[in-house]
Design a protein around this ligand. Sequence first.
Ligand code: NAI
Ligand code: MG
Length: 357
Amino acid sequence: MAHKIAVIAGDGIGPEVLTEGVKVLNCISQLDSNIQFDFTHFPWGCEFYSQTGKMMDDDGIEQLSQFDAIFLGAVGYPGVPDHISLWGLLLAIRKNFEQYVNVRPVKLLKGAPCPIKGKTEKDIDMIFIRENSEGEYSGTGSWLFKNKPHEVVIQDSVFSRVGCERIIRYAFELARKQNKSVTSISKSNALNYSMVFWDQIFNEVKADYPDVKTTTYLVDAAAMLMVTHPERFEVVVTSNLFGDILTDLGAAISGGMGLAAGANLNPERQYPSMFEPIHGSAPDIAGKQLANPLATLWSASQLLEFFGHKQWAKHLIEAIEYLLVEKTTLTPDLGGNAKTAQVGDAIVKYLIDHYAK
Ligand code: NAI
Ligand code: MG
């Protein structure tokens, strides 16, 4: 049966990178008769907002609920406040579909540039499990006495027992399966409610996994150690905000924003999961075929894995590594002069050359 995929290309470089994502998935479906995709494109994003005053249709969530997965480019564009574009689409999807796990690999692929002297693929091989449904991005708070001299804003962080436990358990299950350690990142010295609670739940869950090695760091120290001792991190579990920030740092040490991928998972599969590069819409390079589509292709690999096509997920990463090592077809962010579409074409060629029956 075909996997029904909702494609939301979004803004800026979103459509350019997603075109390559769909191209590569279509190639795989042509090479393997057991895999079929049924893509439906949605025109939602900032342009849609400027025409309708909404980031997506009123019944957008209901429409998307009919799909097996969502493949997203990026949202956000000058002219629409970022909190409107982010909440109106991306965060609405993550929350409504209980995509409480954000899986973000921070892995130095073969051939990818690393700014840290002396570190290799063996040293930078982490997988971030970021809490994706509550925490600092709960979206609740208040704005009192607006525009008065005594104006006050309160932004709430929400840490529920269920929310903390399920994400921490997910990290332990993954670590056990892959025979890796779990590192928890918090800030319980300063955040004396939320992060003390996080640490407590971490210790409770940890008791169920005596076979898994664990480490805990405060987030500030973790930021330093990711640069000085990246080899210490394997499976990493952390809150929504910390995970957001640290995975951009992770991108910087493993090849840049053009290579960083993410999956927003609803592990129970009650709702569609969403796959996206972690970068934004990059208005500074949009529309010029300068964007690197490899992050999007890596998230396509995560999509393949999620649907159980593990071999193809691996082949796709292998194709990305081939391009990174060969260095003749890379976009400017990786020191090349190839266009976005040429990178997608080169991946397709690799897959056909190696895996056509
Ligand atoms: P950004 O990730 O769009 O860009 C940061 C820098 O990285 C820019 O110099 C950009 O040119 C470069 N870059 C990003 N992706 C690249 C790629 N694939 N290839 C080559 N270079 C790439 O972050 P920025 O500039 O902070 O945000 C721009 C807009 O994107 C804002 O409206 C923001 O709200 C939105 N945004 C959306 C996200 C999403 O949809 N998931 C995530 C982050 C930001
Ligand atoms: Mg981010």
